[in-house]
Design a protein around this ligand. Structure first.
Ligand code: SF4
Length: 451
């Protein structure tokens, strides 16, 4: 777990700072980012980061302290930002709740620090309270693309606009509070690729510790809560948020491409990064990571490597052949592994684009009889023209072939379903009519929801 935002330098930790840092380490925190708010705080965050390997720092002037922003202060911030252990500019932004600094001064100081973050290519840590429209306007006008909305408390519109700029959304203890139902709805909707977690310690301790002084080790309570809210394991939250933090702040090491990865009780096999479609929404064109797993393979795994990665299949409820690509491009390997897995009494599923028959120029479905329990076919459109535009297949008449594939699949595989991603070009009711006609179940999925 990584606590991406706390204030270890603050007076609240003066009596027991070392002990709190040790507790965080013992609780398994991989990294902590301690964030300065004023000149003295920045100096102390940098000192802490230099003292502890696993602590990094952010430097910047908080909107509350904007009135104290002077050129000599900015010069010091710039000097500290060059330190190897300083990984962000922050926290900066606007706070119209307390108005501790005049609003025009806040805006001006915010813009100056954004421009500097862009110049140095450091991510920006943004504080925004009761200042939604001015915050968004400034972020948009300055073309910021790298940063995080810390301790997010805005609405869905604000989250969407921030993510469209490429900013992460960081969730802190308030999501666990009883009166936070609106925030909880937003948190459910944030795609994995944009999610970060933090404590904002010493403030805002999560339930069940609300009211106490917060500390980095308490991040685990927020993580547990997020896992429940999003229907994933705490391990998933840890991996997803840690990968995101490492990517944003450039800290730690990222795993190499994974051959097999777990989501809930299932094992997913990353067979290939090749595909006969080039879907406009395909995540592999934008990102290497899915639910915190790196799926960008250096080389396609051999059958032996796949077997080793699976280990004992009986540990799983289901083994799913998929990939950042089309698994049926590797039909022989799929067949061999599927029959081995089935012999161990484990369910087998294939997630496919439905091009298997065109790729192999024969009907391959009967070859999967008895070794595949379930097949999930990406329909993705309601007609050929839309399919060609969205999926950009390597074949002519590909949509017609996908429908034929589904018809054949019904003959040989017990469970057949089609999937469609919600996009404004796609008429879901027409897709439903098609799948009803084929007697196939339709799963409509939001773009970011996988597994
Ligand atoms: S079929 Fe799947 S893997 Fe292939 S391009 Fe489309 S979304 Fe990506």
């Amino acid at each position: 777990m990584i606590d991406t935002h706390c204030h270890l330098e603050m007076d609240a930790f003066d009596g027991d700072r070392e002990e709190i840092i040790k507790k965080a380490r013992d609780a398994g925190l991989e990294f902590i980012i301690t964030v300065g708010s004023d000149l003295q705080g920045c100096k102390e965050t940098v000192a802490l980061a230099r003292q502890y390997d696993f602590i990094y720092a952010a430097v910047g002037i908080h909107p509350h302290n904007s009135k104290d922003f002077r050129e000599d202060v900015f010069t010091r911030i710039k000097e500290w930002s060059k330190d190897d252990k300083v990984v962000a500019i922050g926290e900066v932004g606007l706070d119209y709740h307390y108005d501790h600094s005049p609003r025009d001064v806040q805006r001006n100081v915010f813009i100056r620090q954004i421009e500097y973050a862009k110049e140095t290519d450091l991510p920006l840590v943004v504080h925004s309270r009761e200042s939604k429209w001015d915050t968004l306007k400034i972020l948009e006008e300055t073309n910021i693309t790298k940063g995080v909305m810390h301790c997010f408390s805005g609405d869905i519109e604000m989250a969407e606009k921030a993510m469209a700029m490429g900013l992460y959304i960081s969730i802190a203890g308030p999501v666990t509070f009883k009166n936070a139902s609106r925030l909880r709805e937003i948190v459910k909707f944030i795609p994995d690729d944009y999610l970060l977690i933090e404590t904002d310690a010493p403030y805002l301790a999560p339930e069940p510790l609300r009211g106490k002084r917060n500390e980095p080790a308490f991040v685990v309570h927020t993580a547990k809560f997020l896992a429940g809210l999003r229907g994933v394991s705490i391990g998933d939250i840890e991996r997803i948020t840690s990968v995101n933090a490492k990517r944003l702040f450039g800290i730690g090491e990222l795993l190499e491409g994974e051959i097999a990865y777990e989501i809930r009780d299932n094992l997913y096999l990353n067979m290939t990064n090749r595909c006969t479609n080039k879907c406009v929404f395909c995540v592999r064109f934008h990102v290497d990571f899915l639910k915190g797993h790196n799926l960008r393979l250096k080389d396609e795994p051999t059958e032996g490597e796949l077997r080793d990665a699976i280990g004992d299949p009986s540990r799983y409820k289901e083994v799913v052949f998929c990939g950042y690509g089309e698994p049926l491009l590797r039909l022989d390997v799929v067949k061999s592994l599927a029959s081995w897995i089935k012999k161990k009494g484990v369910r087998v599923r294939i997630n496919t684009n439905g091009h298997g028959n065109i790729i192999h120029k024969r009907n391959i479905l009967h070859e999967l009889r008895g070794i595949v329990d379930s097949i999930s076919i990406s329909l993705n459109a309601h007609d050929e023209e839309t399919y060609q535009r969205i999926c950009r297949p390597a074949f002519k008449d590909a949509f017609k072939e996908v429908l034929n594939f589904a018809v054949q699949a019904k003959r040989y595989i017990p469970e057949v379903r089609a999937t469609v991603v919600t996009m404004k070009e796609v008429d879901i009711s027409k897709c439903k009519k098609i799948t009803d006609g084929l007697d196939v179940r339709l799963r409509v999925r939001r773009l970011d929801v996988v597994g």
